[in-house]
Design a protein around this ligand. Structure first.
Ligand code: SF4
Ligand code: SF4
Length: 351
C-alpha cells in the first residue's frame, strides 16, 4: 500500500513544489458547500499541492515595464495546465493502487458553486467546491495571512494551490503552528484598492482552530486586481480611471454613476442594476481596456495589472526582510522606490 512519503515524493517528482496531507476529519464545522465529504463520503484525506509563482513573474510589474508573465505563466499556466497535469499523474498513482482520486484544479471554481438544486435530502446543492486557503491549512502547509492570501514558510504568499481528495488512508501532516503573519498591516497600507480592512475581520473555525483574516471588499479588489488603480496602472484612460476611482471610494455595492447609458449594465446576478458588482465591473473593464480583453482572450485569465501590489508583493518583501522564507534570493525584491502615476499620466486611449 502507498505511504504518505511515497505520495509526497511522487507529487514533487511530477512538478509540485510543496505537498501536504490532512485528514478530512479536520473539515468538521465547515459549511457543507465547502466540505469534500459531501463529494466523497468515504474520503480519508485531502492532499494539497502548491505551485510556486516565480518571483521573476512580478519583476516587470514592480518596474512597470512588463505585464505578460504574471497572468500567463504565473496564473493561467499554473491553474489550467501545470497544476492539472500534476493532479492527473498523482491521480494515476492512487487509482493504480485501488483508491479513487477526486481532483480540484484551481480553475474548477469557474463552474460555479451551489448553482444547482439538491438531489436528495441532506445533500448540499451542486457544485460543492473547496475553500482552497482553508484546505491549505488543513493539509498543514501554512497559514492564512491578514491579507487573506495563503502563506507558506517556503514562498510566503507566492504560490497557487490544487487539491486531491481520496479514500487512501494516508498519514496526515501536523497543522502549521503559525508565525508568518505578524499583523504588520503592510498589505492593508499598500493595497491600491483599499480593499483589505485594517479593523474588521472574517473568521472560520476548522480543525479546532479559528482562522482569521482582514475583511476583503470584493468589489474593490475585483476592480483593482484586474485593472490596477489610476496611480498603479499604465493602461487606463481618463474615463476608466474615473470609474475605478469611484469604485475605490465607494466600495462594495458602489452606485453606478449616471454619467451615460453604458454605465447602466443591468448587472447579471445583481439584485440592483444601479449598483456595480464583480461581473459588471469585469464586463466594463473587458470592454474598455484592451490589455484586459487581450489577457482574457489569450490566457483565459484576467490581466491582473495590480500584480498583487499589497497582498503579495508587499507581504513577500516584509517576510523576506525578516528572513522567514525558505526560498531565498541574492538580491532584495525592491531595489528602487515603488513608482506611482499622477492623473496627468492617464492620457492614453486605454486600448
Ligand atoms: S503584509 Fe503579510 S505579514 Fe503583514 S499583515 Fe499582511 S499578510 Fe500579515
Ligand atoms: S490583488 Fe491588489 S487590489 Fe486585490 S487585495 Fe491584492 S493588492 Fe489589493
Amino acid at each position: 500500500m502507498l505511504t504518505a512519503e511515497q505520495v509526497k515524493a511522487y507529487a514533487k517528482d511530477c512538478g509540485a513544489d510543496l505537498v501536504g496531507i490532512g485528514s478530512v476529519d479536520r473539515f468538521e464545522g465547515i459549511s457543507p458547500e465547502w466540505d469534500p465529504r459531501y463529494i466523497m463520503p468515504e474520503a480519508k484525506v485531502i492532499i494539497g499541492l502548491a505551485f510556486r509563482i516565480h518571483r521573476g513573474h512580478l519583476r516587470g510589474i514592480e518596474e512597470g515595464t512588463y505585464y505578460a508573465a504574471y497572468p500567463s505563466i504565473g496564473y493561467a499556466n499554473i491553474n489550467d495546465v501545470h497544476g492539472p497535469q500534476v493532479l492527473r499523474r498523482l491521480g494515476n498513482l492512487l487509482e493504480d493502487d485501488g483508491y479513487e482520486a477526486v481532483m480540484f484544479p484551481n480553475s474548477g471554481i469557474r463552474y460555479g458553486m451551489g448553482n444547482g438544486r439538491p438531489v436528495a435530502e441532506g445533500r448540499p446543492a451542486p457544485n460543492v467546491f473547496l475553500n482552497f486557503r482553508v484546505c491549505g491549512f488543513i493539509c498543514g502547509m501554512g497559514e492564512i495571512g491578514w491579507s487573506g492570501l495563503f502563506l507558506t514558510p517556503e514562498f510566503g504568499p507566492r504560490q497557487r494551490l490544487a487539491f486531491l481528495v481520496t479514500d487512501a488512508p494516508l498519514e496526515s501532516d501536523p497543522l502549521f503552528e503559525g508565525g508568518l503573519c505578524d499583523h504588520c498591516m503592510r498589505c492593508v497600507a499598500t493595497c491600491p484598492g483599499h480593499a483589505i480592512s485594517r479593523d474588521e475581520k472574517a473568521t472560520i473555525t476548522v480543525a479546532g482552530r479559528t482562522l482569521e483574516k482582514g475583511k476583503l471588499d470584493v468589489l474593490r479588489c475585483a476592480t483593482v486586481f484586474q485593472a490596477g488603480s489610476p496611480e498603479t496602472s499604465p493602461f487606463m484612460n481618463a474615463e476608466v480611471a474615473d470609474t475605478v476611482r469611484h469604485i475605490i471610494e465607494e466600495g462594495e455595492d458602489a452606485p453606478v454613476k449616471p454619467l451615460g447609458p453604458e454605465r447602466f449594465w443591468g448587472n447579471p446576478g445583481s439584485p440592483d442594476p444601479k449598483r456595480w458588482n464583480s461581473p459588471a465591473i469585469h464586463d466594463y473593464l473587458y470592454n474598455h481596456m484592451g490589455i484586459i480583453k487581450g489577457a482574457c482572450k489569450n490566457f483565459r485569465h484576467p490581466a491582473a495589472i495590480c500584480g498583487a501590489r499589497g497582498c503579495m508583493r508587499e507581504c513577500m518583501i516584509h517576510l523576506e526582510e525578516q528572513g522567514k522564507l525558505g526560498n531565498r534570493f541574492h538580491n532584495p525584491f525592491r531595489r528602487r522606490p515603488a513608482w506611482k502615476l499622477t492623473p496627468a499620466d492617464q492620457l492614453g486611449s486605454g486600448e
